[in-house]
Write a protein that binds this ligand. Structure first.
Ligand SMILES: [Zn+2]
Length: 279
């Protein structure tokens, strides 16, 4: 009885392991619709690429989201150049603009406050009307700004949301911490403001749950001769994330992606992605 019984037990154990493994593998990827930033301003949901049926568990057909960091009048010209590339591929509905209310108070005081740059604010409104989404990227974007106390974070968030709201940008739902710097106290303040935190590997929803994402930047001061290399890495990552049902976000910085081969990378990346979708 010993060996046959043992063999049977081993087979049952193996089957259970496989089942458990597949459940564990799939569980984090049954994404709520918010995982693709299904956001309803005036964007049409049908063109946002995120109309995933309930029966369809994975979201691998979603096009990448582009996250533009450091949106401030300080980078006005650079941002126009980035938008021009995104517009070539009608990518407004899959792009989030992370705005800094008062850029770099350490070095410039109030000089770059949105309140004093109505031309830039009008530009943001125009982009928003065309489907671009406006969200929050710190308050003053000082060094590791949100590695701070709960009280300081609360005050900064109150000021940031009030300033943006006074300019017509209400209903913010996302927060991207400058330099990804956070701690448990500041995180609590952000979530209490009903904002979802965007990190390189996770979204942290207001209720504290985490959702896996793949959010990377491939254009940190790249040379013109690095475009092909960076593209193959990015497209490999995109395919891999898609296979695993993980939403893919591409981060870019104005003033950085505008260097060397950065915009060429962005253009070719979008052309490849949009081309794949049609075929
Ligand atoms: Zn930033």
């Amino acid at each position: 009885m010993g060996t046959r019984h043992l063999a049977l037990m081993l087979i049952i154990l193996a089957v259970l392991t496989v089942i458990a493994g597949s459940i564990a593998h799939n569980a984090p990827y049954t994404l709520p619709r918010d995982g693709g930033f299904s956001h309803s301003t005036n964007q049409s949901e049908s063109t946002s690429g995120i109309t995933v049926g309930k029966e369809e568990r994975k979201t691998h057909n979603e096009r990448p989201l582009i996250l533009v960091h450091d949106v401030t009048p300080y980078y006005f010209d650079d941002i126009r150049q980035i938008i021009a590339v995104l517009d070539e591929y009608n990518y407004s509905n899959r792009t989030v603009l992370f705005v800094i209310p008062v850029f770099d108070t350490t070095h410039y005081g109030d000089e770059w406050s949105l309140l004093d740059h109505p031309d830039f604010v009008n530009y943001l409104h125009e982009l928003q009307r065309r489907g671009y989404r406006v969200e929050l990227h710190g308050y003053g974007h000082t060094y590791h700004e949100f590695n701070c106390s709960y009280e300081t974070a609360n005050e900064k968030l109150d000021n940031a949301t009030a300033l943006l709201s006074s300019l017509g940008f209400g209903n913010l739902t996302l927060f991207l911490p400058p330099a990804w710097a956070l701690n448990n106290e500041s995180l609590r303040a952000i979530l209490e403001h009903n904002l979802t935190v965007v990190m390189p590997n996770w979204l942290i929803l207001p209720n504290g749950t985490r959702q896996r994402i793949w959010n990377r930047e491939y254009t940190w001061y790249i040379g013109e001769n690095q475009v092909d290399d960076r593209l193959s890495v990015a497209l490999h990552d995109y395919r891999k994330a898609s296979e695993e049902g993980i939403p893919f976000y591409l981060s870019v910085h104005p003033g950085v992606v505008n260097h060397g081969g950065g915009l060429d990378f962005l253009r070719t990346f979008l052309r490849t992605i949009c081309g794949q979708e049609k075929s």
